[in-house]
Design a binder for this molecule. Sequence first.
Ligand code: NAI
Length: 347
Amino acid sequence: MEKVKVGIVGLGRLGRQHAENLAYRIPNCELAAVCSVIEAEVKEAQEKWNVPYGYLKYEDMLDNKELDAIFIASPSGFHCQQIKQALEAGFHVFSEKPLGLYLEEAEEVQEVVEAHPNQVFMLGFMRRYDRSYAAAKEKIEQGHIGEPIFIRCYGLDPAAQLDSFLQFAKSNYSGGLFLDMAIHDLDLARWYLKTEPKEVWAIGGGYARSEFDEIQDAETGAAMVRFENNAMGVFLAGRNCAHGYHIETEIIGTKGSLRIGTVPERNQIVIMSETGVVQECVAGFLERFEQAYLSEVEEFVNCILENRRPSVTVEDGVESTRLGYACKKSFETKQLVDVTKDKVTFQ
Ligand code: NAI
């Protein structure tokens, strides 16, 4: 195979970015098919990126045996079903996060992935491919901060998009703040600390917008996690960040600490004027993680061509879903949740 022929499902905010990367920015890849339930999106994508096949039904795209791989960027509630269908139809599969909204469905997907060992499966935890996050991993592995014992993460969406997030939260497709937003940080915690979560206590509310309370979701929420090796994690997620898109991570070790993204600056410009000293903030995920979205797709395509497996595994998807789901349950029940391997139970 000289070029990997990919079909993508979901042409929304992120799907369009992935489609453009697949169509133009990866030399050994061809975007051969697009699928969405919205006809106008399919037509627009076909014209814009010169894509030969367009589908309104996912199953019809899976019947196209010219394709090698399926790329899933549909709403989160569809991921598990669409991953299983694509694997069973013989395709390599990339799926956006989260793997699933419920632990049972995520575990079912794991079984299907493991039953198809010759097909590449990759999950979109793109932060692991971001240069700064990847460099931090190397520094930790090289021992620069000793043994990591604490991780603090901020995952804050811009307040300017609060209304659209409220609609999204009401849609039933999001899985709630912790599974949708904090999931990246929960994955990073497992990756950096190399341990699994033991118990979690999550709180939050609709502080600026009480509508979030009505739908039992948090506009801003915090989770505190104890890991099996007694390391600690504090995760703040939110939809109401006044200054823009703020993704920050701090890891404290026995011999030092490191931080990523403490000032979420858009670029290196500092404007000094009568209003003060100002650095603009990055506006959203597409801008902050532009390089990571491209790098993760390159890795997926190269894994197929070189018959390798990506470092992000289906187990990472299951374990992050287990923790994200436990955060959601703790938030909803106001109880400490036991999140050890075989159970998510209340104490
Ligand atoms: P969106 O709502 O903007 O787009 C969803 C797309 O899927 C639309 O094109 C819609 O028409 C299509 N669609 C809906 N139901 C469908 C179905 N049954 N079959 C086929 N297509 C269907 O959503 P967005 O923000 O692009 O998110 C998509 C996924 O990407 C979500 O799972 C989300 O969690 C994930 N995501 C990941 C991010 C990351 O940083 N890795 C950032 C943003 C989203």
